[in-house]
Design a protein around this ligand. Structure first.
Ligand code: COA
Length: 331
């Protein structure tokens, strides 16, 4: 058997649609307040698409930024993995639409569904193709248009989410830098805590499913919160212990951005350095598969993510899905 190669991130791009919805905008459409939203979630504003803009559009913009950073032609991409819970359509896959819009020839690809953990799952999936030597350039994108599946009369969910995308390019690493290890878990007993009941094979779209608002996010916020606070820390502890890494050695902690209180509780429990914790939820809300690459971009913009840094990614999402990745940053 060939020796496995290490994959590394060689470029990063992100994109959010220009239109911003602030907490004040929500005060006009549901019974809520800026004070409630900020104190319970940390969110101040989120970006939302205009009508007619879909997940593939955000994904393509983020991918273009990543390709430009690396300075390679789109045709060098051999595989595309799009992490999303809001594909443009149930089929064809958003990966096909992205491939076509970018004009990439001779690539293959697919969508990956793991809700808020989808980016870390897609990252690992792409890394496996690099590890086996099957591909040399894999594009991994996390993109979601959450505004397309929100019920804007349900104050407990609509204020939480935004639209956005991030893309990374994976290539083989020639040194010890790159993706080191990961730990993933799924737990379908949590399926009823966060889900979209309509539009799938169980409840195909009918007038009735539309009338019952089954095509939007349904969430038991407290049970998701409790699970997320426990599991995000647990999965990180397992991953760090297996790699003999102390939390204090992590230079940059980039968690999924669902709720500021989940992030700070996880960071406190792990004993992470305060300056290592990346939070940008105030600007974007929860962009589902987009959050981790968007937070990587925030970390870079703030000068808090540098080549050689030891980075911990962590996520919990609908499913439940749980994931953590340890890597040494390479750009
Ligand atoms: C959704 C969430 C912010 C709600 O916060 P919470 O502190 O748990 O609030 P509760 O659900 O207990 O609701 C408390 C009260 O606030 C009300 N409320 C809910 N949304 C509100 C809003 N936008 N504005 C004002 N009040 C609101 C509730 O109706 C409830 O009122 P009641 O006590 O009269 O019944 C929180 O549970 C959460 O973040 N959960 C995890 C979400 C998540 O991470 N999802 C994605 C996973 S990837």
């Amino acid at each position: 058997m060939n020796t496995l190669l290490r994959a590394k991130i060689t470029a990063l791009g992100s994109f959010v649609p220009p239109r911003v919805m602030t907490n004040a905008d929500f005060e006009k459409i549901v019974e809520t307040s800026d004070e409630w939203i900020v104190s319970r979630t940390g969110i101040r504003e989120r970006h939302v698409v205009d009508k007619g803009v879909a997940t593939s559009d955000l994904a393509v913009e983020a991918a273009k930024v990543a390709l430009a950073e690396r300075g390679i032609d789109a045709n060098e991409i051999e595989a595309i993995v799009v992490a999303t819970v809001t594909p443009d359509m149930l089929f064809p896959s958003t990966a096909c639409l992205v491939q076509h819009k970018l004009g990439i020839k001779d690539a293959w690809g697919f969508d990956l569904s793991a809700a808020c953990s989808a980016f870390v799952y897609a990252l690992q999936t792409g890394a496996q193709f690099i590890a086996t030597g099957v591909h040399r350039n894999v594009l991994v994108i996390g993109a979601d248009v959450m505004s397309s599946i929100l019920d804007y009369t349900d104050r407990s969910t609509c204020i939480l989410f935004g639209d956005g995308a991030g893309a990374v390019l994976l290539e083989p690493s020639e040194d010890d830098f790159g993706i080191i290890d990961f730990q993933h878990e799924i737990d379908g007993s949590g399926a009823c805590s966060l889900y979209m009941p309509g539009g799938g094979s169980l409840h195909p779209s009918t007038h009735e499913t539309v009338n019952q608002k089954m095509h939007s996010v349904h969430q038991d916020g407290q049970s998701v919160f409790k699970f997320a606070v426990r599991k995000m820390a647990e999965i990180c502890e397992t991953l760090l212990a297996r790699n003999n890494v102390k939390a204090s050695q992590i230079d940059c902690f980039i968690p999924h951005q669902a709720n500021q209180r989940i992030i700070t509780a996880t960071a406190d429990r792990l004993g992470l350095k305060a300056e290592s914790v990346i939070i940008n939820i105030e600007r974007y809300g929860n962009t589902t598969a987009g959050t981790i690459p968007l937070a990587m971009q925030t970390a870079r913009e703030q000068g808090r993510l540098k080549k050689g840094d030891l980075v911990l990614l962590a996520s919990v999402g609908a499913g439940f899905t749980v994931g953590a990745t340890l890597l040494r940053w390479t750009i």
